[in-house]
Structure formats: structure tokens, C-alpha cells
Design a binder for this molecule. Structure first.
Ligand code: NAI
Ligand code: MG
Length: 503
């Protein structure tokens, strides 16, 4: 709990002892700043990581990675071209044929454990770098992203010498070289999700982080060097969509894995039609968080807040639609607004900050455009009157009530801190509304009744259904979608099956 260090700004109504309900959850006092001070140890320039070495781009071109919290330049990144991608695949192929693909699983496990431990050793430094590069609040990168990334390496290291149990009765073999492209919302964690199962299974990798958030990937490359990972096992090429496309369509790739927008997922599917590459896609979402009248309301409100405002709403499984049972709709909405009023938005490096910066100017524009359609189409918008920093990309937590299923804000992925509230009267109506979307990644159910949870989780067309909680993750638990949210699973035994051949 943050400590209250200044009471100077308490409103008069409170010090006079009179209850002021509208203020009780309002802006009662300011906290003193509490900036994180660990050194992120950034380099001024990052090259690709190919064949175990940092390698300058063939084109000689670099682009800037900026800090979205204040628009300051953080570092330069190599601009990847087809020649760089070719070099990365050649290194990965060689590593697969000569070292990694032939190594017993128990030996591979040692490297993966080493990576996990070295990441834990440098956790604070990685958390600060992640926050500076991507804009997320330090408490998230520190308490969620970095520990979860390490957990994925630990978990998959544990599998590397037990692969006979991935598909009991069958023999598993690695696929070869895997091409992977990841987005900017969980840069290090998505990297771990993609790399750990691929490596445990004996594949080698060419991966591209997102253009706005590549720094922690290249810092992890330093750890690969320190861990003595054989050259070429992981190759990191930085760049934009064209670099990503070169990775996805490369002839050496036996399998490709992509996480990002549904739009790009469809482009990748089209470009690979007719090839024999294996493919997994983890795309967008428009999850429903469903609250019944017997739910523990206060916990549900925390879960709703965590479901959509966590990580600025840059979460594919965000609970961006709240479906609330009519008898408790007014109460839930009132409590939700009170809770949102005390969320702290601002400097992501401040340990008190709940909502950090939006990842990029482009994403801020997307959020603003969609929110404007919500207002135009007649939904009622609520935003707390919090001050935003004058520089950087920020967006207030936003709640729309009076939303109907036809509104764009109820249908399209906003990928920002924006919640659309709808109501329902019966379980059947809740299921119908929840499933009435092109996506199917996740959902949440809040109720006291176990039977209702089971019924809902059967009926909801979503890869993950959380009950009386939201955004809970574990490396042992498979994650992935239905419909336009993609296919394939990440995590658990199921995730490993997507990185092997069965004999
Ligand atoms: P995006 O899908 O363009 O970017 C994700 C990754 O794909 C990046 O590394 C990018 O460089 C790469 N990429 C772009 N074009 C590519 C292509 N033709 N072939 C291969 N790789 C390519 O996502 P963007 O434009 O950053 O965000 C747009 C929207 O996508 C967001 O507003 C959000 O709704 C959704 N999104 C969903 C994510 C998820 O986790 N499911 C993550 C990021 C964005
Ligand atoms: Mg950046």
C-alpha cells in the first residue's frame, strides 16, 4: 500500500467532518512522487542479434525507439531487411542441424533454466527498461511481465527432459526453424511465451519484436550470450511490418507463430495458403466480463477494473465489454465510477501509477477515434477529471454506459482503457450477447453459483473463461482463441504440441 505523505490537499468537506459521498472516493490527497530508480542499462544503439552476435543491419539503417511517457528518444534500433532475415534463418538452420536440434532435452533444459535465472537476477533492470520502452506502469512490468516471463522459461525448462509425456504413447520431434512475430503490449512476456516452448522442443527461432518495443528483446539477447546459448538458437531481427512479413513467408520456416492484430493475421494466412508451414495465430478480442446479481460486487468491481484498465487496456483478452445483470447494474456502475476516480494515471515509472502511457501516438489516435464514435452513436461517456501529463501519450480511463450491441465500441477491439457497459436479464441473454462477436479469446463470469459458472463456461465461445477473477495467467494453463481471435494454444502441454511433429 502506498503511504499517504501529504494531507494538505484534503478537501474542506472532509476535514469539517461532514460526509461528502461524491468526494469520499474522489481526489482526496496527492501522493508524493515515488519514481523507480533502478538503472535500465540501455545502449544508445541496438543491432540485430544473429548467430549469437549483435549484427549491424545490411541496409545500415536504424530507427528510433521512443519512450511514450515523455516522447524522448531511448535508443536506435536496426531496420531489418530481407537480407537480415535471410542471415537470421541461415544461422537458425545451422544451429538446428548442428547443435540444438540434436541435443538431448536434459541438456537444453540447463540452458533454459539458466536464461530464467539470469532474467530473475536482472528483473528490476528489465522492468524499468520495459516500462520506459512501452509505457506500462512499473508495478505491472515489475510484478507481472518480468516474473511471468521468467516463469515461462522455468516451466518449459521443466518440460525439456520430459517430452515423451507431451503426447503419451507418441514420439515427438522438433519442427526445425520457427519464425515468430510479436506485438507491443507484453513485449518481454510475449517473447517468453513464443521462445520457451519452441526451444524446449528443440526448435530454433527467428523472431521479430514490435517496432515500438524491441529493447527488452535485445537485452534478453545479452542474457542468451551470458547463458552460453549456442549461436543461432535464437535470432532477433528488428523492424516493421515488411520485416515481419519476410519472417512469416521465409522458405526455411517450418512453422510460424504470430500475435497481433486480426487484420495482419489474415494477411499472413493468405500469404501462406498452399504452403506446408504450420501456423498459430493469437489475434484480437472483445471479451465479455459478465456479472450476475449474486456476485460479490466489490470483488467484481476490482476484477472489472483489472480486466480493462490493467496495462492501459492493451490486452487482447481485456474485459472490454461489461455485461451486468439488470438488478445490480446501477450499483455496479456507481461503484465502478468511484473506483475509476481514484486510479492514478501518469508517469509509468512512478510506483503509485495505475495507468501508464499509451504505447504509441498511432495507438492513441486509434483509441481517440473509436471513443469519438461511441459518443457520436449515443452512448454515455464517463471519464474521471484527472490531470494528464503535458507530454507523452495518455488516455483517461473511460466508461461507456447505455451501449447497445450495434455500437462500434461494443464490437471493435479498442485496445485502450475503454469499457463498454451493457445489461442483461437472463443467463441466455448474457450468453447470446457475450458470443455475439467476431472474436472468442476470453470471458469472465462473476457469480456465487458454481453450477452457473460451469454452464457459462460451456456456453461461452471463448478460449479462456475466468470465474470470479480476471486476467489470471499461469504457464501451465493453455491460452488461445476461437473464431477471429486465432487458433493454436500457448502454454501448458497443449502449447508444446504446436511446436512438434508427432510420430
Ligand atoms: P500489428 O498486428 O500491425 O503489429 C503486431 C506485429 O506484427 C508487429 O511486430 C508488427 O511489426 C508486425 N506486422 C505488421 N504487419 C505485418 C505483416 N504484414 N506481416 C508480418 N508482421 C507484421 O498491430 P498494430 O498495428 O500495432 O495494432 C493495431 C491493432 O491491433 C491494435 O489497435 C489492437 O486492436 C490490435 N493488436 C492486438 C494484439 C494482440 O495481442 N492480440 C497486439 C497488438 C495489437
Ligand atoms: Mg518504445
Amino acid at each position: 500500500m502506498p503511504t499517504v505523505t501529504s494531507e494538505k490537499k484534503r478537501p474542506a468537506a472532509r476535514s469539517a467532518g461532514r460526509p461528502a459521498p461524491e468526494l469520499i472516493f474522489g481526489d482526496l490527497w496527492e501522493y508524493d512522487p515515488s519514481p523507480e530508480t533502478a538503472d535500465p542499462r540501455l545502449k544508445a544503439r541496438y543491432d540485430h542479434f544473429i548467430g549469437g552476435r549483435f549484427t549491424a543491419p545490411a541496409s545500415g539503417k536504424y530507427f528510433d525507439s521512443i519512450n511514450p511517457a515523455n516522447e524522448a528518444k531511448l535508443a536506435e534500433l536496426a531496420h531489418g531487411s530481407a537480407a537480415d532475415v535471410d542471415a537470421a534463418y541461415a544461422a537458425a538452420r545451422k544451429a538446428f542441424d548442428t547443435t540444438w536440434g540434436r541435443m538431448p532435452g536434459r541438456e537444453r533444459a540447463k540452458y533454459i533454466y539458466r536464461i530464467a535465472r539470469l532474467l530473475q537476477d536482472r528483473a528490476r533492470e528489465f522492468a524499468v527498461a520495459e516500462t520506459m520502452d512501452g509505457g506500462k506502469a512499473i508495478k505491472e512490468s515489475r510484478d507481472f511481465d518480468v516474473p511471468m516471463a521468467a516463469a515461462h522459461f522455468f516451466y518449459h525448462a521443466g518440460w525439456a527432459d520430459k517430452l515423451d509425456y507431451v503426447a503419451p504413447g507418441r514420439k515427438v520431434a522438433p519442427l526445425g526453424v520457427v519464425g515468430q512475430v510479436i506485438p507491443w503490449n507484453f513485449p518481454l512476456l510475449m517473447l517468453a511465451w513464443k521462445l520457451a516452448p519452441a526451444l524446449a522442443m528443440g526448435n530454433t527461432v527467428v523472431i521479430k519484436p514490435a517496432e515500438t518495443t524491441s529493447i527488452t528483446a535485445l537485452k534478453l539477447a545479452e542474457i542468451f550470450q551470458d547463458a552460453g546459448l549456442p549461436p543461432g538458437v535464437v535470432n532477433i531481427v528488428t523492424g516493421f511490418g515488411d520485416t515481419g512479413a519476410a519472417i512469416m513467408t521465409h522458405p526455411v520456416a517450418a512453422k510460424v507463430a504470430f500475435t497481433g492484430s486480426t487484420e495482419v493475421g489474415k494477411i499472413i494466412m493468405r500469404s501462406l495458403a498452399g504452403t506446408d508451414k504450420k501456423m498459430t495465430l493469437e489475434l484480437g478480442g472483445k471479451a465479455a466480463n459478465i456479472v450476475f446479481d449474486d456476485a460479490p460486487i466489490d470483488q467484481a468491481v476490482e476484477g472489472i477494473v483489472n480486466g480493462i484498465f490493467f496495462n492501459q487496456g492493451h490486452v487482447c483478452c481485456a474485459g472490454s465489454r461489461l455485461l451486468v445483470h439488470e438488478p445490480v447494474a446501477a450499483e455496479v456502475l456507481a461503484k465502478l465510477k468511484n473506483r475509476v476516480k481514484v486510479l492514478r494515471i501518469g508517469d509509468p515509472l512512478d510506483k503509485n501509477t495505475d495507468i501508464g502511457a499509451i504505447n504509441s501516438k498511432e495507438q492513441l489516435g486509434t483509441i481517440e477515434r473509436l471513443v469519438a464514435t461511441g459518443v457520436k452513436e449515443g452512448a454515455t461517456m464517463f471519464q474521471p477529471a484527472c490531470k494528464l501529463p503535458s507530454k507523452g501519450y495518455y488516455f483517461r480511463p473511460t466508461i461507456f454506459s447505455g451501449v447497445s450491441m450495434s455500437h462500434r465500441i461494443a464490437r471493435e477491439e479498442i485496445f485502450g482503457p475503454v469499457l463498454s457497459v451493457l445489461t442483461f436479464r437472463t443467463l441466455e441473454e448474457a450468453v447470446e450477447k457475450a458470443n455475439n462477436t467476431a472474436y472468442g479469446l476470453s470471458a469472465g463470469v462473476w457469480t456465487d453459483k458454481g453450477s452457473r459458472i460451469l454452464k457459462m463456461s460451456t456456453e461461452l465461445k471463448a478460449g479462456v473463461v475466468w470465474a470470479n477473477t480476471y486476467n489470471k495467467f499461469d504457464p501451465a494453463s493453455p491460452f488461445g482463441g476461437y473464431k477471429e481471435s486465432g487458433f493454436g494454444r500457448e502454454g501448458g502441454r497443449q502449447g508444446l504440441l504446436d511446436y512438434c511433429k508427432l510420430a
